[in-house]
Design a protein around this ligand. Structure first.
Ligand SMILES: [Zn+2]
Length: 247
């Protein structure tokens, strides 16, 4: 098999796929990002923690019914101790982390009724008690795919050698401009691959980009609808896996 043979033929002759992912169940996502996505006609993936309540749960449920994806981002968001992080992953075992992911899957089942969903590592860290837990997660089979972090080099083209529980993404630092986001999309288009963007706040909350920058990105994706497939994380990955299986 040549390297060429591994290249994915995206649906409807599209050049590339872009997956928009939003972490931490933030209100600015519901209030700002979602209306912009809905106006643009795009679906996206939201990696939720259990930081949900009587007010937001119905809103997330409605989004799921509209085709948005709710992914698992643990209950408490354990990661390495910092001042603004309430729960430290340092005191976890791998199995403790797996239990938490399992419970969060059940919680999300109560929200959207879905049996299978992707996962995103809190703080993009794969450590529990200082040890990598990716293989433990693999053993328990709780997640269809899992997203880690990365930078603008996170353009996925080799799906054959991709670890499905370490799928890289372009993790924003906050303050990126629309042009910077579009530059990443163009790179993904040139390489004919998949690009996953990790957002947090949109016009509010933290690790924020402005609502104008977000809109500018959506405008570019809208203008290039013929060339770029914008879909949810699991849908894009399922398509890619199915197409390498056929080859
Ligand atoms: Zn997070």
């Amino acid at each position: 098999m040549t390297t060429q043979a591994q290249k994915i033929q995206w649906p409807d002759q599209k050049q590339a796929v872009i997956v928009l992912t939003y972490d931490d169940a933030l209100l600015s996502q519901l209030d700002v990002a979602v209306p912009q996505l809905q106006r643009a006609g795009f679906k996206a993936t939201f990696f939720l923690t259990a930081d949900l309540n009587y007010n937001t749960i119905p809103r997330w449920r409605t989004l799921s019914q509209q085709g948005f994806e709710l992914g698992n981002h643990t209950i408490f968001h354990p990661c390495l101790p910092t001042d603004d992080n309430a729960v430290s992953s340092a005191s976890y075992t791998a199995y403790g982390m797996i239990r938490e992911i399992d419970y969060m899957n059940d919680f999300l089942f109560a929200v959207d009724g879905k049996m299978r969903r992707p996962f995103a590592y809190p703080c993009a860290e794969t450590l529990a008690g200082g040890k990598d837990y990716v293989d433990t997660l693999r053993k328990y089979g709780l997640s269809s795919y899992a997203r880690v972090g990365g930078d603008t080099s996170a353009v996925i083209t080799d799906f054959k050698h991709l670890d499905l529980l370490r799928i890289p993404s372009y993790g924003l630092d906050g303050g990126e401009t629309g042009q910077q986001l579009i530059a990443f999309v163009k790179k993904v288009q040139q390489r004919g691959g998949m690009g996953v963007i990790m957002f947090h706040g949109i016009g509010g909350d933290y690790i924020t980009i402005s609502k104008e920058a977000h809109q500018e990105l959506l405008n570019y994706l809208g203008k290039n609808k013929q060339a770029i497939w914008v879909t949810t994380f699991q849908t894009a990955m399922d398509y890619a896996m199915q197409s390498i299986k056929i080859k």
